[in-house]
Design a protein around this ligand. Structure first.
Ligand code: UT7
Length: 333
């Protein structure tokens, strides 16, 4: 039987500053009612000055390693849209600070789909024999790239990190990741973007306009595409895994907007209560969203060993992806 990547540990971390809808109403032309009804979000967490993406990644990674009972890892993959620096990648610094030694360490950039891409990457490292254990972290300080004057994005995104430890194992074990579906459509690259800061707009002596340094999103178009792409990707992996939709115990979708997740569950024919949700508490945390949702559901006792999970995400690029797994027996704090 081919080697499979098996979940051995889970963890997450949130920064200390809680920002409620009321806090946002105090500085933006918005309302608690609008934010709750259009997004499902009640609060989000924000990294204070001096806290970088790597700080959240280290905190989440340490918890996942503890949850894995000290299982050795020889590779680290960090999914992030908000690296500590444009160069180098954030993962080597995280590996160093976690005391992992000279392990393979690299970043994956696929915005809100980043964690799904990172999982596939890690599963590939295990399948080809390059690693026996991989720490996979999704970490964001999205607040750093939000335009504080843009109410359409400021109310949605939050900071945080989530992580899984994967180990080499068998495909028939609980915790084994199943097949993946990953995709992209670069013709939609302007729908979710930070235009300046890369090679396309390398300063030629003149600074880019300040607004080009901020994150922008065409919310309405993205909403429609998110539902379409995630439902197609989810169906594709279910087909590949030979699972029927009725056999899925929990949908763990990117927490983009509670209406997107509800629409997705509906399109898939899955009862709404099977969709894991923590968006009310943490907002949309981009690449950290799926592992944060997993860890919160695990900590709340919502996931039982052997239950079938369908993971899916959609984000900038445009990118999307899905995978399946059975949840393993893991200790809870
Ligand atoms: O994570 C990566 C992928 N991201 C997503 O999947 C997010 C996808 N998009 C969304 O979640 C939603 O499109 C939003 C939450 C961003 C917006 O919700 P919407 O229901 O699509 O609203 P809209 O953009 O159609 O705007 C409706 C109205 C507009 O006013 P007018 O033009 O009708 O007068 C907006 O200006 O709501 C206004 N609006 C707001 N009003 C109060 C936009 N943001 C706000 C706000 N507070 N924060």
């Amino acid at each position: 039987m081919t080697r499979a990547a098996v979940v051995a540990g889970v963890g997450s971390a949130l920064p200390p500053v809680r920002v409620t809808n009321a806090d946002l109403v105090a500085r933006l032309d918005t309302s608690d009612e609008w934010i709750r009804s259009r997004t499902g979000i009640r609060q989000r967490f924000v990294a204070p000055a001096g806290t970088a993406t790597s700080d959240l990644a280290v905190a989440a990674g340490a918890k996942a390693l503890k949850s894995a009972g000290g299982h050795p890892v020889d590779a680290l993959v960090v999914a992030t849209t908000t690296p500590d620096r444009p160069c180098p990648a954030t993962a080597p610094a995280v590996a160093d600070r976690l005391g992992l030694g000279h392990v393979a360490a690299h970043d994956v950039a696929a915005v809100c789909t980043g964690f799904l891409y990172a999982l596939a990457n890690a599963a590939g490292l295990i399948a080809c024999g390059a690693a026996e254990g991989v720490l996979v972290i999704g970490a964001e300080t999205f607040s750093r790239i939000l335009n504080p004057a843009d109410r359409s994005t400021s109310v949605i995104f939050g900071d945080g990190a989530g992580a899984l430890v994967l180990r080499a194992g068998r495909a028939d074990e609980d915790g084994a990741l199943g097949p993946f579906d990953l995709g992209s459509d670069g013709s939609g690259r302007d729908l979710i973007t930070v235009p300046a800061g890369g090679s396309e707009r390398r300063p030629d002596g003149s600074e880019p306009p300040p607004e080009d340094r901020w994150f922008t999103m065409q919310g309405k178009q993205v909403f429609r595409l998110a539902v379409q792409r995630m439902s197609h990707s989810a169906r594709t992996v279910l087909d590949r895994a030979g699972w029927r939709i009725g056999e899925v115990d929990h949908l763990v979708a990117h927490q983009a907007n509670h209406r997107i997740v509800a629409r997705l569950a509906d399109e898939l024919g899955l009862p709404a209560e099977r969709a894991v949700s923590n968006i009310a508490e943490v907002g949309n945390t981009a690449a950290a969203s799926v592992p944060l949702a997993l860890d919160h559901a695990h900590s709340a006792g919502e996931l039982a060993a052997g239950e079938r999970l369908l993971l899916t995400a959609f984000g900038g690029g445009l990118t999307w992806g899905a995978t399946v797994l059975t949840w393993p027996a893991l200790d809870r704090d």
